[in-house]
Design a protein around this ligand. Structure first.
Ligand code: NDP
Length: 402
């Protein structure tokens, strides 16, 4: 029986989730897109056509407003692709109305650039008691990187020891400086201290201070920077055999130079600054003058390449394993009018939603990260819905594995 899904957030990622869900009427029979700006919802719904998608205006920081919307539309599942700030109010509204929940980024308070799962994991008992499920971090990273790791663990290792998540955007959008997803969230993530996990401890390093060239398939070597990324927290918890887990992301020199200047002049600050009697948060103002990520797709060339490089043991022998996806920006634009970063996030969100609604293995009351569920049907759907993956075994991994 087809289901009802409410998608919140009509940005770059929301556009992809809605369009991919609309392609699967046998699963997503009735779709509503709600966001802060109604015209953005209407534009996406018009592009899909055929009255396939209903739209609504909602302030997702406001729980009573969300509850009223959910009670009116009666969805089976709410997909949250607004911003991380809205995770808790949307989870509260789902609890109040007894509706399943999915998101792609963990909660972050507005006034501290700090993201961790503790706030959302604290909903575990309440979701379980209510008989509803929350699936956290179901984009690409976090998301597919967790599914890749679970798949590696299930099929290719007796014990995993070293994990490196390698994320390359070798695309060119032609702008001097722009971020590929929400600028505020993106810049908060990159300018905070780097952190990785080793031998049971978290090691903190200065922002962007560790970097080296990493070889990406069909791209070549790209300078990659060690960042803290949220899936590291859940992956080391769910795969305790991991001795080390790190996350690397590529940035071009032009991007780093712009970021340094913006930081040096105070434009990435998240505390209010008084300007002509008005309290202005510099990073929020910066977001307002940067290109919207959803508009970058049109002339975007090149591809993304994201994967997991793992070293461990199988049948008593050391082994290395690399699983990755490459995704071309131009193909994403042709299919759904989006750039690759929005596409690689939105497709897994649609897949997670589809599995929750149709596959009993993917429906358990409580709060889960993607790697806690059977990776096989997810991997199968990635191949069918636009994000095919590839594997390499026993290759020389380019990292300093001990
Ligand atoms: P955008 O900024 O393009 O879109 C966010 C949308 O949410 C906007 O349409 C915005 O509305 C809406 N919104 C913001 N606040 C509210 C609110 N209070 N009530 C209702 N709607 C609101 O962001 P992206 O699409 O790039 O990112 C969406 C999410 O995906 C983010 O949480 C991001 O962190 C996550 N992400 C996850 C990735 C992964 O791989 N896991 C990768 C990339 C992104 P308006 O336009 O009116 O401001």
């Amino acid at each position: 029986m087809s289901k009802r899904v409410l998608i919140i957030g009509a940005g770059g990622v929301g556009n992809v989730v809605v369009k991919k869900c609309a392609m699967l009427p046998e699963i997503f029979g009735t779709i509503m897109l709600a966001s802060r700006t109604l015209s953005k919802c209407d534009k996406i719904a018009d592009e899909i056509g055929g009255n396939r998608v209903q739209t609504a205006q909602v302030d997702a920081d406001n729980v009573p407003e969300l509850v009223a919307l959910i009670k009116g539309f009666k969805p089976d599942l709410v997909v949250n692709v607004a911003l991380p700030y809205q995770d808790l109010p949307i989870m509260d509204a789902c609890l109040e109305t007894g509706v399943h929940y999915l998101d792609t980024a963990n909660y972050e308070p507005k006034d501290v650039a700090k993201f961790e799962y503790s706030w959302q994991w604290a909903y575990q008992e309440r979701f379980r008691e209510k008989g509803i499920m929350a699936l956290l971090g179901c984009g690409f990273d976090p998301g597919v990187t967790g599914v890749f790791t679970a798949y590696a663990n299930k099929h290719h290792f007796d014990e995993m020891h070293y994990l490196d998540i390698v994320d390359c955007n070798a695309g060119d959008h032609g702008k001097a400086f722009a971020t590929n997803f929400n600028p505020e969230i993106n810049i908060r993530e990159i300018t905070q201290k780097g952190k990785y996990y080793e031998n049971g401890q978290w090691i903190e390093v200065d922002a962007l201070s560790i970097h080296k060239p990493i070889e990406y398939p069909h791209v070549g070597p790209r300078e990659s920077y060690l960042l803290y990324h949220e899936e590291l927290e859940s992956l080391v918890k769910n795969f305790p055999s991991l001795r080390r887990a790190r996350f690397w992301m590529t940035f071009g020199q032009q991007y780093i130079t712009h970021l340094n200047v913006l930081q040096n002049v105070g434009m990435t600050r998240i505390d209010p600054v008084m300007y002509k009697g008005i309290a202005v948060i510099p990073l929020e103002f910066l977001k307002a003058v940067l290109p919207e990520p959803s508009t970058l797709g049109e002339n975007y060339t090149g591809q993304t390449s994201i994967g997991c490089q793992i070293k461990g043991v199988k049948n008593g022998t050391d082994r290395t394993y690399f699983v990755y996806n490459n995704c071309h920006h131009a193909e994403c634009f042709r299919e759904v009018g989006a750039q690759g970063v929005a596409y690689t996030t939105g497709v897994p969100a649609m897949i997670g939603a589809a599995l929750m609604l149709t596959n009993p293995e993917w429906m358990h009351p409580g709060v889960y990260n993607v790697e806690e569920l059977n990776p096989d049907p997810f991997m199968d759907m990635l191949n069918k819905h636009g994000l095919p993956w590839h594997e390499q075994f026993d290759i020389e991994l380019p990292h300093d594995y001990k």
